[in-house]
Structures are given as C-alpha cells and as structure tokens.
Design a binder for this molecule. Structure first.
Ligand code: ADP
Ligand code: MG
Length: 692
C-alpha cells in the first residue's frame, strides 16, 4: 500500500520530463504533489483528427491541414510584420491557398520546419479573411511520417497561464504511464451497473480521451470516489464526536404536559417526530449532535424547549444561543411567558448589559441557580462558567460559522448540541456541510397557516401599492418594508432605507418606523416594540435585512421587498417567512426594478409559485451554485475537485448509504477504504510513510 502512496504523493519536483521552471509553475497552479496534477482534469478536447481540405476549412475551427509549402515571404528587417509561408493543398492543388504567419520568426527555423516544396501536416486555429485562409503560429508542423506526435484528441487543461498545454501534458503523461494498479474500493456490482472503470483506467480515460467528449463515466467515478471519501470521513467524525459521556436523560413528561396543556394549539406530527428523535439521543449515553432543519414558522423553538425541559428536570443547565440580540430577547420573552409558573430560572445575557449585571448573572450561573441562559454568542466569549451545563441549543445555526459550531461542541465533554436552522438546504448539501451531525427535519407547517400569497410588482407602480397599503393599514394590517443591500455598503444601505422611510412618512406620518444595523440595541428594541405591540404606533416597519432572522411578529401580514431581484431566493424566502405567522392571510410583494433580466424575473416567479423552502433551495442551488445558497462564502463547504454539487447530486444519496453501510461493517474493504481516504486527503497519510 505504501508503494501506491509514494507514487501519488511524491513531489512534482521528482518528474523527469519537465524542467525546473515548469515544475514550479505547475506547483503553484495545482499543488505540490503528483496526485494534485492527476486530479487536474482537462476542460476541453481539441480534435486534431479533423482534416478538411483547404476549401472545406472553416473560420475559428481547429483543423489539421495537409499542405505543400510554396514559398516564404520574409519581412524587410526591422519591420513589425509577420513572416509568411504560402502553402497549397497537398491533395487538391487547385484549392485556395493557406498562409501560415509567424511573428519574430527565425529564418533558419522556418526554412528547416517548412522547406519549400515539401509536404507537411499543420494544425492550428483557422482564420478566414475575405477568402484568404490563414493560421497564426500553428500548434503543430510535422512531416507525414511523424504524424503520430500529434494525438487525435488532445486534452486542454484549465488555467494554463504561463504554462503551455504541451508541457502540462508531458508531465501528466509521465505520471499516467506508470500508474500503479490500485485495489478496488468500490462495490463491483455498483461499478458494473454504471459502467465505471477502475480508478486507474478512469484517470487514463480522462487524460487520454478518445473522442471530443470527456468520458463522463470516468469523471463520475472519480466524483463518486471524492464524495464517498468525504462521507466516510464525516461519518467517522460523527461516530467519534458522539462518544459516550455516560449520562442518560429521560424526557421531561411533567413540564411538557404542563406547557402543552396551556397552548392554544397542538404539536404538528413533524414536531412530535423530531422531539422523539431528540429524546432518543438524550436517552443514549452518547453526546447528541443534532441539526434540526425546519422552514420558517415550523415551530422550532418549541421543539428546542422540550429538550431544554428534559435537561432542567434532570437538574442540569441549558443554553440557548441566538445570532442577534433582538432574537435572543424575543426568545427570552416568549419562553419566560411560557414557563413563568413552572419554577424555572431563566436569564438573558447579551453584550450590552452592564458589567455589574453580567457579573451578577455569571455568579448565579456558576452556582447553578439559573437553569436556562438565553443569549448571543457574547455569552460564550466571556468567562461564563456553568455549574452543570448539559445542553447547548444553537438557533439559526447558519448564521454561525462552522468553526464557531465546532468550538462550541468542544465546550465540555458532557454537553449535547442541538442546532436549528431555517435555511432549508437541499438534503444533499446538508449532508456535506453538516455531515458530522445527525439531521432532523420539521417538514410540516402548523395547520392553521394560510400559504402566503406572493405578488410581483414593477417598482414603477409604487404609488398604487401605497394606496392599497393605506386601505390595509386602516383595517389593522402591519407591514414590513425591506430595502435591499446597496452594493454591500452599509452606509448606502442605510441611506436607501432612510430615504424610503422619509418618503413613506409623507403618506403614513408617524406610523412609519425604521430599523437598521447601526441602531444601538435599546433603540432597536424600542422600534421593534412599537411595531410588535398591539398598542404600538408603528404600522410600517422599514428595515434593512436585519429583520431577516427569526423575528416573530404574528400580527404582521404584509411583506414588501424592494429590488427583490437583488436577493438570493433563499434569502427572499427567509424574509417572506416573517409574515404568515398568524391565522390571517398574508401577502408578500416582490418589487423589481426596470432593469430586471429575464432570468431575474424567472427567479422571482419561483417565489410566486411555491412556499416550500426546500424546493426554493433546490432552485437556488441550480441557479446559483452551492456557495450562494449558503449565503456565506466561508460556509465550511469542503473543497471538491472532481464532484460538482449540481451535476453529481444523483451520487450523493448513494455515497451516504454506502458510507453508512461501511461504517456498520468496518471489516469490508478496510484497507482499500483507507487508501481512498488518503488519496482524497480525508485522513493523513500513515505516519511511517515518508514523502520523497
Ligand atoms: P421557527 O421554526 O421559524 O423558529 P417559531 O418557533 O418561532 O418558528 O414558531 C412560529 C410561531 O408558531 C410561534 O408563534 C409559535 O408559537 C407557533 N407555533 C409553534 N408550533 C405550533 C403548532 N404546532 N401549531 C400552531 N402554532 C405553532
Ligand atoms: Mg426560530
């Protein structure tokens, strides 16, 4: 096995077919190791077997032409015009002629490569000006008996800046020539079904194509290898992270029943199912690491609260962490209302509290006098010590980076982690990003919800919209009015929302409120309160996207989004989810600017057609790619070199199943599997292996 690794992991510097300069350039292009170059796949194939006559040759095609050199035309010295070599068709002398042009060509070179009267094959990109055929700097000039030097289907590699394609090919050929046979790690039946080749043959097929189309079955196989290796690594991480802490909690039936009895509704089946999944985790003596995905308004808070109850009833502490202070406070107030008579101690910890207040709270927490701490991440930045922390709930998980999540999970060997997210991520993607966690989905909305009606409206019609809003507000409606980010600039962003608020005040007077990221947190609270409170004066809340996450004002029924075309679909869905939270019919008005593109309009139509966050996320994935769906660039998405999230979605489910099967059967293809993981950098090379 080590022999294979030394083949794949040796430095590119050990190659013999290319010079030092090329090696260094290659290293900065692809990486240091032979395997890095092997995984650098061509993105285009030139068909050198295309051999038209001179009359058939067409502009902008790459073609190989069979010619006889007629004459040389060298430019007068110091003139910046090209050397020209005039040729005629070797098989049809009456056809039009071909001119080969060379700038700064050495006379000796031309006379040697293209002697007058000799027959040659020349290959390159054809230009046609009027009826004159020419090739500037042909890629190949060969006598017929050396035609084999030109392979019929020539792979072209991406990003070859400063590196010529032939040099990359030379280096790759040297590697491909002696590729070792690898023990097969894939299931043979699965390979047969897909008509896949071995790892080695797939690499060969991709680097030495036999037609103008990259062999898709070879690429798919390598993509699958890559996805499978990441799934195996994630499932190993999951097993490791879930290791036993030896505590087992039983569900808090008493507290639960008390709360449920006091609610005016019953849990949805999806909520019940997820609660059971969490109960199961808590009952087992291993650490829980579970991600609950649920569309906006699916009732995640209540689900989390059920888990929190179990912890509290077992005399342990819990933390509920929210991404913003508004949201933390909202959770605090809501939960306080729920449990005010349960004899449970909860507190709110946010950054802006006085040092004295924080100190007091910290002391209470340290003594175990607080059962549940609700706060922003500031809770964890400070030196908060718990007496008995058992559960960490992370709300709106997607707002926190992967690193933050992992750091939290490190907090204490005995803590369980329950993460919640309202960003529906296509399952495939979720498995890749959160593959180290178990997944639950609340895939059902409470029955009393009426689907939000979505309307597309040109921003030229803003006046008529305002007229309609007037009537609605007279009937008691509350409206969110979202202004989009202006080129990522917080300042311009603010100006846009301020000027919109001023304009709306002309119509609605002091019924207009404004909230944005620059307000201090007590100011934000005041603004929110004036909007959410039934006696508050604010009926239209103009906002930047700060309201995106989690805010719950059930009486708000209208959402207006300006320049909706500037938002991602998933983000629009999040914003829209701020309404439709009560039992009244809600509306979402997506306004678009006059420069909207047809695709932009199509995206907005998706919003009009469905309220299902998962469907919207799928569309987003197809339209914008994985990074954008997640909203954050550093989403922690592992780098994939072969696999493409959109093209290879079909492979993910199989890889997930296979990884699970393998983790249940550790003895099956054990060594082969290790090889796969090493090859794709999912685990380090064996220690005793020395990279040469
Ligand atoms: P999200 O999943 O977006 O965090 P919340 O937990 O904020 O949703 O719940 C949204 C609203 O739905 C809250 O007002 C909550 O009280 C209510 N709710 C939760 N579960 C149900 C249910 N089963 N039936 C009706 N309303 C519910
Ligand atoms: Mg929520």
């Amino acid at each position: 096995m080590d022999g294979h690794f030394s083949y794949f992991f040796r430095s590119l510097q050990t190659l013999k077919s290319i010079g030092a300069k090329t090696k260094n350039k290659l290293t900065s292009l692809v990486g240091e190791r032979v395997v890095d170059l092997l995984f650098h796949l061509p993105n285009q194939i030139i068909d050198r077997s295309h051999r038209p006559s001179l009359n058939e040759a067409q502009a902008d095609q790459i073609a190989t032409l069979d010619i006889i050199v007629e004459k040389h035309v060298f430019p007068p010295k110091f003139r910046k015009v090209p050397t020209k070599v005039i040729c005629h068709d070797a098989n049809h002398p009456d056809n039009r002629k071909l001119t080969l042009s060379f700038f700064r060509a050495n006379r000796d070179y031309i006379e040697k490569a293209l002697p007058v009267g000799e027959r040659r094959l020349v290959s390159g990109k054809i230009s046609v000006y009027k009826n004159d055929l020419s090739i500037l700097h042909p890629d190949y000039i060969l006598p017929l008996n050396q035609a084999h030097q030109m392979i019929p289907f020539e792979p072209v590699y991406p990003l070859t800046q400063g590196l010529s394609n032939p040099l990359i090919r030379k280096a790759i050929d040297e590697i491909i020539k002696d590729l070792p046979d690898m023990p097969e790690w894939l299931d043979s039946e699965w390979m047969r079904q897909n008509q896949w080749l071995s790892f080695k043959e797939s690499l060969r097929a991709l680097h030495h194509p036999t037609s103008t189309i990259l062999p898709e079955n070879a690429r798919k196989r390598l993509a699958y290898d890559e996805i499978l290796s990441s799934q195996i690594a994630l499932s190993q991480a999951r097993v490791k992270a879930k290791k036993s802490h030896g505590f087992s909690l039983s569900p808090a039936y008493q507290l639960r029943e008390k709360l449920l009895a006091s609610l005016p509704f019953t849990l949805t089946n999806a909520q019940k199912r997820v609660i059971q999944e969490i109960d199961h985790d808590l009952k087992e003596p291993y650490r829980m690491r579970r991600l609950v995905q649920g569309d906006v308004g699916s009732g995640k808070t209540l689900v989390a609260l059920m888990a929190i109850f179990s912890v509290i009833e077992n005399k342990k502490q819990a933390v509920l962490m929210a991404p913003t202070e508004i949201l933390a406070r909202q959770h605090y107030e809501k939960i306080l209302k729920y449990v005010s008579e349960f004899g449970i101690q909860i507190c709110l910890m946010i950054g802006k509290q006085t040092e004295q207040e924080k100190k007091r709270l910290r002391r209470l927490v340290a003594f175990g006098d607080i059962d549940l701490v609700i706060g922003t991440h500031a809770v964890f930045q400070d030196k908060v010590q718990f007496k008995n922390l058992r559960l960490i709930v992370i709300d709106e998980q997607h707002r926190f980076g992967v690193a933050q999540r992992l750091a939290l999970a490190e907090k204490g060997e005995t803590t369980d982690v329950l993460a919640m997210t309202a960003t529906p991520i296509p399952r495939s993607l979720a498995m890749t990003i959160y593959g180290d966690m178990d997944l639950s989905a609340i895939d059902e909305l409470p029955a009393n919800r009426k689907p939000i009606e979505t309307i597309l409206l040109s921003d030229q019609k803003i006046e008529s919209l305002i007229d309609r809003l007037k009537k609605q507000i007279e009937c008691g409606a509350k409206v969110y009015w979202v202004c989009p980010l202006v080129e990522e600039s917080e300042k311009l962003d603010l100006m846009a929302s301020e000027s919109r608020a001023r304009m709306l005040k002309d119509y609605f007077g002091d019924q207009v409120g404004l909230i944005h990221g620059r307000l201090r947190s007590h100011e934000k609270e005041e603004v929110m309160h004036a909007f959410s409170d039934s006696n508050g004066k604010t009926k239209i809340l103009v906002a930047t996207t700060v309201i995106e996450v989690g805010v719950d004002v059930p009486s708000a029924t209208i959402m207006v989004i300006e320049h909706a075309e500037r938002f991602g679909l998933s983000q629009l869905h999040q914003l829209r989810g701020r309404v439709g939270r009560g039992d009244q019919q809600s509306h979402c008005i997506l306004m678009y600017g006059k420069n909207i593109t047809p695709t932009g309009l199509k995206r907005l139509q998706v919003m009009r057609e469905t309220n299902d966050g998962f469907q919207i996320a799928e569309h987003d994935l197809l339209l914008r790619g994985a990074g954008d769906v997640l909203g954050v660039k550093q989403s922690g998405l592992p780098a994939f070199r072969m696999a493409d999230f959109v093209a290879d979605r079909d492979l993910l489910q199989k890889a997930i199943t296979e990884a699970k099967y393998l983790s249940d059967h550790p003895e099956i293809r054990k060594d082969q599997r290790q090889t796969l993981l090493v090859l794709f950098d999912r685990i380090p090379k064996p220690k005793h292996f020395f990279a040469g």
